[in-house]
Design a protein around this ligand. Structure first.
Ligand code: FES
Ligand code: FE
Length: 373
């Protein structure tokens, strides 16, 4: 069957090479991950001056740290002398400066070059000029977002706008006070699949009845195959006998006070392109960040966020975490089963999207526009 002979109820997906070709992945790194706002860290993971984390954003290693003035700074993690990688660890803490492990050039927490061996013999070196290269930083919802673009796109439009587009207005997410919640559990998944398979999976619920028995118990409407994010402002309602968003439908934790009656007993799912998924339920928020590492590998960091007193008093969040942890495992297993087939001749022209998945077509159009820009 050719593309032109598809019946109107079907839309073609991207072809298999989009999930395997290193050249397409390199283009995505350049035109998507390095060009947009990319969510890197939880702000609270950088609580004290000198705490730092490093991330791969597109093709670059990025160093994110808390400065002495309390702000979060982002730099390319590259020494300006001869290009050594500055911080080799995924996370750590320095007292007052970053020192390059090669010839010991030293940079302040603000990125300025502050010392170098024999610097006095180089009176003409401009310390401002040879500071670390800055990347743009924004903080929202208690997370740090970085953009490597010279002129970043509008954060209001791309990030906050994506949330408004899904929920109808920004107050709907402000109610959860996500910036004030604390991480009750963090699980990192190393998924052997292309990042787009994970986005596509998150966007649809056609698979829910097949692979998510626990989730469809709690959210019965998901058994029909229509995802919560199919309709603007729609939250999937808990089943009549469900007490909370837990693995067995039993009682959850304390409800977040700002959550209104209209949001109670409901689940909302938001995709912020290119790499963030946010799930809202009355007593917690599940926040996913994807780090695309290779055409066939994506690291997903998932935070379960609760009211501070829930975390600090050591309340048991196990049944709460277990529900979406199982959903994640079920989804990532499905993505990993799909990935090897992307290079099969059976998928050379791609697959098809049924009506309840048609909105994935908009994601593909968006991506292709980015890649051809
Ligand atoms: Fe960093 Fe030389 S490369 S000090
Ligand atoms: Fe799923």
């Amino acid at each position: 069957m050719t593309a032109t002979s598809l019946p109107p109820s079907l839309i073609r997906t991207l072809s298999g090479e989009h999930y395997t070709d290193p050249a397409i992945f390199a283009l995505e790194q350049e035109r998507v991950f390095e060009a947009m706002w990319f969510c890197v860290a939880r702000s609270a993971d950088l609580a004290e001056p000198g705490q730092f984390r490093t991330y791969q954003v597109g093709r670059e290693s990025v160093l994110i740290s808390r400065s002495r003035d309390g702000s979060v700074k982002g730099f390319l993690n590259i020494c300006r002398h001869r290009g050594a990688k500055l911080c080799l660890e995924a996370s750590g803490e320095v007292k007052r400066a970053f020192q390059c492990p090669y010839h010991a050039w030293t940079y302040g927490l603000d990125g300025k070059l502050v010392a170098a061996p024999n610097l006095t013999s180089m009176p003409d070196i401009d310390r401002g000029e040879y500071g670390l290269v800055n990347v743009h930083i924004r903080e929202w919802l208690g997370y740090v977002w970085a953009s490597l673009a010279d002129a970043p796109p509008s954060f209001e439009q791309d990030v906050i706008g994506a949330v408004i587009e899904r929920l109808g207005d920004v107050a709907a997410i402000d109610n959860y006070r996500i910036e004030n919640l604390e991480v009750g559990r963090r699980i990192t998944y190393d998924v052997k699949a292309n990042w787009k398979l994970i986005v596509e999976n998150f966007m649809e619920c056609y698979h829910c009845a097949t692979i998510h028995p626990e989730l469809t118990e709690v959210l019965p409407e998901f058994a029909d195959g229509y995802a919560a994010q199919y309709y603007v402002g729609h939250g999937a309602e808990f089943g009549a006998d469900v007490q909370g968003f837990t693995v067995d439908g039993g009682e959850g934790l304390d409800r977040i006070p700002g959550v209104g009656e209209d949001q109670d007993r409901r689940y909302y799912a938001i995709t912020v392109r290119p790499q963030v998924f946010i799930n809202l339920v009355p007593d917690h928020v599940i926040f996913h960040r994807m780090y695309p590492m290779a055409p066939d590998r994506t690291v997903v960091e998932c935070d379960w966020l609760y009211l501070p007193h829930v975390v600090e008093s050591g309340q048991d969040v196990t049944r709460s975490v277990e529900l979406f942890h199982r959903v994640n495992q079920q989804d990532f297993d499905a993505c990993e089963r799909t990935q090897p087939a992307m290079s099969s001749r059976a998928y050379a022209k791609g697959g098809v999207l049924v009506p309840s998945e048609h909105h994935i077509g908009a994601f593909h159009t968006w991506l292709q526009n980015k890649l051809s820009a």
